[in-house]
Every structure is written in C-alpha cells, then in structure tokens.
Design a protein around this ligand. Structure first.
Ligand SMILES: [Zn+2]
Length: 238
C-alpha cells in the first residue's frame, strides 16, 4: 500500500471516529427528553386517576345526600302518621313511607355501584403509583448514564480533535487538501462516510460502480484518482 494511503487512512479513521462520537453525543439531548417524556406520561396518568377518584367520590357524596333526604322524609312521614286519626290519611302516609323506602333502596344500590367504581380507581392508582416509582428510578438511571455518555464523548472528541492536526500534517499537502475538500462536501448527517476508498474487484468500494481500467491502473501507480461516479479518492490495497 502506498505511503500516502496509509497516512491518509489514519486521518480518515480518526475522522470516522470523530463523526461517530459526534453523532452519539448529539443524540443525548433527544434521549434525555425521551426519558423525561416517559416520566411526564406516568405522572399524567397518576394525576388523571386522582381527578377521576375525586369525581367518583363527589358522585357518591351526592348519592349519600340524596339518601339522607329520603331518610329524613321517611322520618317526617312516620312522625306525622303517628298523629293521623283518619284512615285514608294514614294510608296515604304509609304509601309515602313505602315510596321513601323504595327510593332509599335505590340509593343504596347506586351507592354500591359508586363504591365499586371508587375501589376500582383505587386499585388502578396503586398500580399507577408502582409504575411511577419504577419509572422515576429508571429515568434517573438513564439520565445519569446519558450524562456519563455525553461527558465521555466530549472528552474523547476533544482528544481526537487535538490529535488530528499532527496526523494530517504527516500527509503530503496535495493529498491532504483533496481529502479535506471531499470531507467538507459531505452532508452534515453523512460525515461517517468514507471519502478514501479502495478499488476492489474492479469496483469502487464507495459507490459499487465499476472503475475503468485507466483509473485502476493509475490507482495502482499511486496516482491521485477519483471515482468518476461518487468522487471518492481511490487506492488499491492489493
Ligand atoms: Zn465511487
């Protein structure tokens, strides 16, 4: 392998590591947010259940008040009936008391239903609270891990970037310039792409298109040749 190729491959290796680390580092905030969202969603579910419980309790309270009203009415009718002398009035009072009993019974039924709903919500709350505690712990761990990752990435990136000038300084200026131009042209999200690639089995390893015999020959001679299709710098490693 040509000397310049070896040197430039070291630069490229460094650049690819820098690209990979940058990508990893820049993915951290989104992952932090994802973790926060997970927690927010669990918190929301707990709050919703709290509101639901409150509503169900108000509903049951209404039934209780309703029932108290019917009970009071019944007591009033009972007191009144004790003083009635006339049969007809007495029967009417009894019928009212019966009506009250029926209404009280209905209230009791409704109350049972409301209590069942409340119990169901409380059971749900238990499981939601358990979930929330687990999520809190998981999210905290995850955020700690992400902080460590970000710090490690930053430290390594700093080291690699500091290393780079001396590594590319070893490469002959014309090769280095060509390489730098090609790397600069790579779109931001594609910095992990190679711009120095081998020709293998007569094919450019970057774009998989055939390299002409002339290009292959020049590459073998160690000349500066680019792929006619993707523009990558070509070399042969055979
Ligand atoms: Zn190519």
């Amino acid at each position: 392998m040509q000397d310049w190729v070896e040197k430039l491959l070291r630069v490229q290796d460094l650049d690819l590591r820098i690209a990979k680390l940058s990508k990893l580092a820049s993915s951290v905030p989104a992952k932090q947010e994802e973790a926060e969202n997970m927690l927010a969603s669990d918190n929301r579910a707990v709050d919703e259940a709290k509101a639901e419980l409150l509503e169900a309790e108000v509903e049951r309270k209404k039934i209780d008040l309703d029932m108290d009203g019917h009970k009071q009415k019944k007591t009033d009718f009972q007191a009144k009936s004790a003083m009635i002398k006339n049969n007809e009035e007495y029967r009417a009072a009894m019928s009212q008391i019966e009506k009250c009993d029926h209404q009280i019974e209905q209230c009791e039924e409704h109350r049972e239903g409301a209590s069942a709903v409340i119990e169901e919500i409380k059971r749900k709350q238990l499981s939601l609270n358990t979930n929330l505690s687990a999520t809190k712990m998981r999210v905290e761990d995850k955020k700690k891990d992400l902080d460590v990752r970000a710090a490690n990435c930053r430290a390594e990136l700093e080291k690699l970037r500091a290393e780079r000038p001396s590594v590319i300084g070893e490469v002959d200026r014309s090769w280095a310039n060509r390489y730098e131009r090609l790397r600069k042209r790579l779109p931001l999200g594609r910095k992990d792409q190679k711009v120095l690639v081998p020709v293998r089995n007569e094919v450019c390893d970057g774009c998989r298109m055939n390299a002409t015999a002339q290009v292959r020959m020049n590459a073998r001679k160690g000349m500066l040749v680019g792929c006619e299709y993707c523009g990558a710098m070509l070399y042969t490693d055979d």
